[in-house]
Design a protein around this ligand. Structure first.
Ligand code: PMP
Length: 375
């Protein structure tokens, strides 16, 4: 992905279109600072006591309390939370934590990752010495979630295995289980004593797993939903049976952090604390998220509608059924190569199209080029 971006940047043709970005772009294709976060920054910089002192090892405690409440609700009484370097850092610390626990038991630990998944997942878990495997979840024919296969491969995992789940807006397929299917999965996890590792890069709900008393971890990112990509704000949450257990887990997480980064970055944690603790700003943030989500939905609809009008061969309706920032278009590696090499339209060979790269201005050119590539 980074190589593709380098090629895009080096391309001097003004027609070029980047359909690979992992960061939200506004209707003109520009980065967007969320107004709620902009206001929080103004409040923060106007605060006379504002300073750049280190946070504690665990991070910004009020941020962590509010972040945990946001993702777990208020019914969880004991939770170990740690501020991390983005969602990637949360996945990493979660992986180190699991590795340490299992090294003590001498039991082999297997981590199951969806096929396909965010391209970094296997690397992040393998990097700390864990073994990764895959579970099925995607039907390449229908381009929809293959829930039967998902359940079958997850059921076959050994008891105590860790299953990495995308809390919502699955990257790269855009296919999520329905609420009823999440309920079924929670039952299955409980029955098979599986550990759910929720990668919540886009802030999904994990309520049904909490109600089902499933052992879980949540790697929460504020990159996409608050537009703070480069500020690197995330959190790892581990719900625990008692506050004593939670204190113990926090100690372990702090020991890991101390050795890796000593203390997490401060600025974005200060901003997000202002947003989450101020009802008006919180409301505005919710609306900002809706603005992003609505634009992505509109672009999906327009893409499908324009391809339909052009009579482009194939059924493209899966694009509007999928959710989130990405669409798994079904374009082949050869077709994406044609788009990149001949049309200056950049997207990876998997056919994963970043919907946020589409605008009303480039829609005509992109759809005509897809039409050429497919025929
Ligand atoms: N997990 C998934 C599923 C993602 O899509 C992403 C971002 N593309 C991340 C983790 C990484 O998030 P962050 O940028 O906060 O590290």
């Amino acid at each position: 992905m980074f190589a593709l971006v380098t090629r895009f940047n080096a391309d001097s043709d003004p027609i070029k279109v980047n359909l690979a970005p992992g960061t939200y772009k506004d209707p003109e294709g520009k980065p967007w600072v969320l107004p709620a976060l902009q206001k929080a920054a103004e409040i923060l910089l106007d605060t006379p006591t504002y300073n750049h002192e280190y946070l504690g090892i665990q991070g910004h405690l009020e941020f962590l309390r509010l972040a945990a409440q946001l993702t777990l609700g208020s019914s969880v009484s004991a939770v170990a939370s740690l501020q991390t370097v983005g969602g990637t850092g949360a996945c990493h610390i979660g992986a180190v934590f699991l590795k340490k626990l299992y090294d003590h038991t001498n039991k082999p630990l297997q981590v199951f990752i969806s096929d396909p998944s965010w391209e970094n997942h296997h690397a992040v878990f393998q990097h700390v010495g864990l073994q990764t495997r895959t579970y099925s979840m995607y039907d390449t024919q229908t381009k929809e979630l293959d829930f039967v296969a998902m359940k079958a491969t997850i059921s076959a995992a050994l008891e105590g295995s860790v299953i990495v789940l995308h809390a919502c807006a699955h990257n790269p397929t855009g296919c999520d289980p329905s609420p009823e299917q999440w309920d079924e999965l929670a039952l299955l996890f409980k029955e098979r004593e599986l550990i759910a590792f929720f990668d919540s890069a886009y802030q999904g709900s994990i309520e049904t797993f909490l109600r089902g008393d499933v052992q879980l971890l949540v790697a929460q990112s504020f990159s996409k939903n608050a537009g703070m990509y480069g500020e690197r704000l995330g959190a790892l949450h581990v719900p625990c049976p008692t506050s004593r257990a939670a204190d113990h887990v926090v100690d372990i997480l702090k020991a890991i952090t101390r050795r890796e980064i000593s203390t997490p970055p401060r600025f974005a944690a200060d901003l997000m604390t202002i947003v989450m603790s101020n009802p008006e700003l919180f409301q505005e943030w919710t609306e900002d998220i809706r603005t992003m989500s609505n634009r992505l939905s509109d672009m999906r609809k327009e893409l499908v509608e324009t391809l339909r009008r052009l009579g482009t061969p194939g059924d493209w309706t899966h694009i509007t059924k999928q959710r989130g920032m990405f669409s798994f278009t079904g374009l082949t590696a050869a077709q994406t190569r044609y788009l990149t090499d001949r049309c200056h339209i950049y997207l990876p060979p998997s056919g994963r199209l970043s919907v946020t790269g589409l605008t009303r201005l480039n829609m005509g050119y992109v759809t005509k080029s897809i039409d050429f590539a497919v025929r």
